[in-house]
Design a protein around this ligand. Structure first.
Ligand code: IPM
Ligand code: MN
Length: 339
């Protein structure tokens, strides 16, 4: 079956890694009709636009979106922090209701993990709520009396659908372990909602073994004993932080793939490597396309091309570990020279 894919290569190494991913997908047997969209820091600097409504509407007509990386070079001041993140990536996640951010970490070769133990876990990050909704404000800016609030919005529906999805994923895996990660001892309102919903939904999944960890403890476990985890479900911000940590302990951010999905398929889902634009690697042939290729495999699997996806996953699984632990971070992560 033919699939129409919107490719947003973006900035830095983004276009290189997405083009390798499309090549691999085709070589594995996928029938893709691709259309490139020029979006990101360079596009913004040229046009002053991040993602206009007409382009968003156009993107909604595709079967899936494959995104490389977005962000200006480290040290560049041309794009204020948050403009691209809110205006492009988060806008797509919210507008397309991509409420699941699925991030698998699979590194069976213990010689490349920081723990020298295999890592095989999936983090299900709620992707449309929490601290990412932009609730709050900055009062009396520039005065000695400034007050900044930044709320976290958690709805029963939003929390429950993420938790249900995580239970389904846990049920499909061999170990069938699901851990809720939160901070219920301090975030007593959102923690209560997450915890109660988790316990309630768990009654429908008796075959899944459940546990709970505070997020600070989860950081220790991820570093010292990642084998404790099979599937983790957590909120948007904890999920953002934990997945960078999980990437670092498994094989490095250069290997971390992700799927931003709407399980009800109300529109296209978006697949992207977790890493950034790594401008310093552009054209060097050193950009690691692994995460983009794995993201494309997740895309194909989601589109029903399970055999093609498996072929890619199998090939990635036998890649030699040399070149391991690459780190394509780039300014996507807000690294800035302050002084
Ligand atoms: C990620 C990124 C994004 C996030 C940024 C760029 C908005 O860090 O996909 O993990 O925080 O979700
Ligand atoms: Mn992140």
């Amino acid at each position: 079956m033919k699939h129409r894919i919107a490719v947003i290569g973006g900035d830095g190494i983004g276009p290189e890694v997405t083009s390798e991913a499309v090549k691999v997908a085709r070589a594995a047997g996928a029938n893709l009709e691709t259309q490139e969209f020029d979006l990101g820091a360079a596009h913004y600097e040229r046009t002053g636009e991040v993602l206009d409504d007409a382009t968003l509407t156009q993107l909604m007509g595709f079967d899936a979106i494959l995104l490389g990386a977005i962000g200006p070079a480290i040290g560049s001041t041309a794009v204020p922090s948050g403009i691209l993140e809110r205006g492009l990536l988060l806008k797509l996640r919210f507008a397309l209701d991509l409420y699941i951010n699925q991030r698998p970490f699979l590194t069976l070769d213990p010689s490349v993990t920081t723990t020298h133990k295999p890592v095989d876990m999936i983090v299900i990050r709620e992707n449309t709520e929490g601290a990412y909704v932009g609730e709050g404000g900055l009062l009396r800016k520039g005065t000695p009396f400034e007050v900044a609030t930044q709320g976290s919005v958690n709805t029963r529906n939003g929390v429950e659908r993420a938790i249900r999805y995580a239970f389904e994923i846990a049920r499909s895996r061999e170990r069938k372990l699901l851990t809720l990660v939160h901070k219920t001892n301090v975030l007593t309102f959102s923690g209560d909602l997450w915890y109660r919903t988790f316990v309630e939904v768990s009654s429908e999944y008796r075959d899944v073994t459940t546990s709970y960890n505070h997020v600070d403890a989860a950081c220790i476990y991820l570093v010292e004993a990642p084998e404790r985890y099979d599937v983790i479900v957590t909120d948007n911000l904890f999920g953002d932080i934990l997945t960078d940590l999980a990437a670092a302990v498994s094989q490095g951010i250069g290997y971390a793939a992700s799927a931003n999905i709407n399980p009800e398929r109300t529109g296209p889902s978006l697949f992207e490597p977790v890493h950034g634009a790594a401008h310093d690697r552009v054209g060097t042939g050193e950009a690691n396309p692994y995460a983009a290729i794995r993201s494309a495999a997740m895309m194909l699997d989601f589109l029903g091309e399970t055999e093609v996806a498996k072929r890619i996953e199998d090939a990635l699984g036998v890649l030699p570990p040399e070149g391991a632990r690459t780190s394509e971070i780039g300014d996507f992560y807000g690294e800035r020279v302050i002084r």
